[in-house]
Design a binder for this molecule. Sequence first.
Ligand code: NAD
Length: 471
Amino acid sequence: MSQEFAMLINGRAVTGDATFDVINPATGEAFAKCPRANAALVDEAVAAAKAAFPAWSAKPIEERAALVGRLADAMEARAQEFAHLLTREQGKPLDQAMYEMMGSIFTLRAFVEMRPETRVLKDDGTNRVIEHRTPLGVVAAITPWNFPVILLMNKLGPALVAGNTMVAKPAPTTPLTTLLFGEICREVLPPGVVNIICDQNDLGPVLTAHPGVAKVAFTGSTATGKKVMQSAAGSVKRVTLELGGNDAAIVLDDIDPVVAAGKVFQGAMTNAGQICVAIKRAYVPESLYEPFCDEIARLAKEAVVDEGTRQGAQVGPVQNRMQFEKVKEILADARQKGRVIAGGEPLNRPGYFIPPTIVRDLPEDARLVREEQFGPVLPVLKYKDIDEVIARANDSEYGLAGTVWGRDVARATDVAMRIDSGTVWVNQHLAIDANIPFRGSKQSGMGAELGQEGLHEYTQAHIVNAVPLQG
Ligand code: NAD
């Protein structure tokens, strides 16, 4: 436990009065201490962000964007160090950690190029109406443990370019990469523009209710998202909520089941299934059901499950003990109601390892079908016709994303058009791009992240309506 980590408040490294252990999910052992904030430090962080706001928002946008670009450059220079720390705290295989780092850098650079739009809504020679966009103030960014780096960059890039300042709070089980990023902020940004505090799941409500915070940008579970919305209501804060999902993959009958099984396997098991948009239910036509199940079970049995630092590891551990227990519970229910054809038991070794698990012949009301499992366990369900499968895919309180797989792209696109979710990918998965807005429907979220729309979420539209003076 040699490396020291500090929070960031007003440009200062702050260690606070308390610490907590950060566990490596591949071993179940603590490997670092994280400084822990309290409500007084939250106040200091918000005050620092508020004090930094006038000068930061008054800076020309080109200068702000250039500083965000420097954050990306500094991150790139330390990408290996970030990726190793990410694997240690999060558990994902090193190549996937590096992929998250590259995505983070790409996202920041995409926002370096983006500008809030100014529109002339009317100009008839006498009446000129302009809509331009102003920053909001202090943004609280609250992030989960599955993609701790990129989910922060999705918020920080647009927030800073648009002229806001920030207080960021990572998830308590993956705080260290955010603190490492804080070191970069300390070198590159004026004091107070970005502040970082850490908690043990106790300070989120303090931040979301704080009168000094103008907007809450939250990614996490739907249950917590509801609390965030309630708490933000006190001062009518802006909120963006990126919440849970239970995404369906619909395999059409014109595809080779072996090809489809490979794609679905990848979409379900990357990051040990801990992706908001992971494939969480696979619907396969009767005619392809047997060969599809055989192939996906084969892939699951062959996958290399190991510590993320081991060369060749494809699936790492579940990120934390609580999630590990939850996945085991959902799996126990699935075992009773369906047939496990690959995996099914946690590995007999330290850490939170569950091997890729495939369950077939489940009824639609099994927990594994209805709930968000958020782990490497996939139900494969049989369907008869298209209308029926679309109805089943849409029968969920979630509506984050989904996929459709078929040779005939036009037909697959028609099916995709009928899925009630924020995004549907056809013959691809996880095609998230900083230039394309991403949002959830139903209880999967509110507001957009990424793209021009994602940038506008960090602004207030301001109308100026002018006519010549009469009389
Ligand atoms: P979580 O909701 O438990 O925690 C998320 C964050 O909220 C953490 O930083 C946590 O400390 C904080 N928090 C906890 N209680 C709070 C409160 N009352 N007020 C404010 N903040 C509070 O989620 P998790 O378990 O860390 O992450 C997994 C969930 O995140 C899954 O449901 C997943 O689908 C979702 N997710 C969604 C997206 C998306 O873009 N839609 C992306 C990634 C993850």
